[in-house]
Design a protein. Structure first.
Length: 373
């Protein structure tokens, strides 16, 4: 019998841990892992996170195992019944013959003998997953067509939980592509060109439209004078001319006169609680640390922005870009993380060269400064 332990947990964090564990296996097969997390869902739930993680691991691992090229996508949406979630794992793999679908959740069920020799079997993974799902008051089933891929569904009871800590999904270590379901018009307020370039790359890749302001004063002007209809503002806290705190206060004051309220997410290299409190007091609604973890940012956007804002967005086919990670290892430089962040090796290398040109002599300057003391 499966024993369950209930606790409050952050579902995005669990998903990241699963993707991180399976990321290397997916990359070796040149398979991209996609995530579609419904923007109306909260981040925290009550349930057995360890058992849920076990089910996700089993289903995603099998999907990768039986997929030779293409992608594996995890969808997380509300179920029809209140307090339940619907998880769906879709792959572009070899598929399962209709006659074998009925036994796929039986112990040691296999697709067929030749498939087992080539890929290995599903083993006890699907059987254990069924037992866990049923203990969580849910059900699990599969849809498939041979040579056209498979879709595994499960629905489990996971009531909403109240998070006691800020949403910090941590660094993701897999090729995860967050897929937005609606296109937002976003004002990015950032004064460092490299940060702007990266944020533009990642935000537009998932379907958002982005305007840029180089400082707080420009941001206030774009919101109040140009009367732009923004769905969200991403506000750097520390900038020249006018910082993000003052800019947010001015925007909130203007809204007192005009009505409406644009959600504002703070971007700051300081993750101290005092800094976050200052942001909230200035009228901001969310907080993401810098350098930006874009998975965390996307989940924060889904938490802050009402789900009916923006424009319907058809599924995007995101071009993964050139991610050749065969770069020389250099002390103090994590090239693998850099490529994953920029989503393209050439873009990453271009920014490395730019950084080296701007800061290549900083070490000499520091040494000279120390020598004068």
């Amino acid at each position: 019998k499966v024993e369950l332990k209930e606790m409050i947990f952050m579902l995005p964090k669990i998903i990241e841990e699963v993707f991180a564990t399976l990321g290397m296996k997916a990359r070796e097969k040149k398979i991209t892992l996609h995530l579609r997390y419904d923007e109306g869902l909260p981040n925290c739930f009550v349930g057995d996170d360890i058992r849920l993680k076990q089910v996700l691991m089993n289903l995603l691992d099998n999907a990768i195992k039986f997929t030779e090229n293409g992608s594996v996508t995890l969808y997380v949406t509300p179920a029809e019944k209140k307090g339940f979630l619907h998880f769906m794992v879709k792959d572009t793999g070899i598929g399962i013959a209709s006659g074998r679908l009925e036994t796929i959740f039986s112990p040691f069920a296999q697709a067929d003998a030749s498939t087992t020799r080539k890929h290995g079997g599903t083993g006890l993974g699907t059987t254990i997953s069924r037992q866990i799902v049923e203990c969580m008051s849910g059900k699990i089933w599969a849809e498939s067509e041979e040579s056209k891929g498979s879709v595994f569904h499960f629905v489990v009871r996971l009531p909403k939980g109240e998070c006691t800590t800020p949403c910090a999904t941590g660094e993701i270590r897999a090729d995860v592509e967050f897929r937005a379901t609606r296109s937002l018009h976003i004002l990015l307020v950032e004064d460092i060109p490299e940060n702007v370039e990266l944020a533009m790359l990642r935000l537009t890749a998932v379907g958002h439209r982005v305007d840029v302001a180089g400082n707080g004063r420009e941001a206030v002007r774009m919101v109040t004078e140009k009367k732009k209809a923004y769905h969200l503002i991403l506000m750097d806290v520390h900038m020249p001319e006018m910082d993000g705190l003052e800019a947010s206060r001015k925007i909130r004051k203007s809204e007192d006169d005009t009505g409406g309220r644009i959600p504002i997410i703070a971007l700051s290299a300081s993750v101290l609680e005092e800094e976050q409190n200052h942001c909230l007091q200035a009228g901001m609604d969310g907080f993401v640390g810098k350098p930006i973890d874009f998975t965390e940012l996307f989940f924060e956007i889904s938490r802050i922005v009402p789900k009916d804002e923006g424009f319907p967005l058809d599924d995007l086919e995101i071009t993964p870009g050139n991610r050749d990670s065969a770069l020389p290892r250099l002390p103090g430089l994590d090239t693998e993380s850099g490529i994953r962040l920029w989503r393209d090796t050439e873009l990453y290398l271009g920014n490395l060269h730019s950084f080296a040109e701007k800061h290549g002599k900083d070490g000499e300057a520091y040494q000279a400064g120390i020598g004068k003391r």
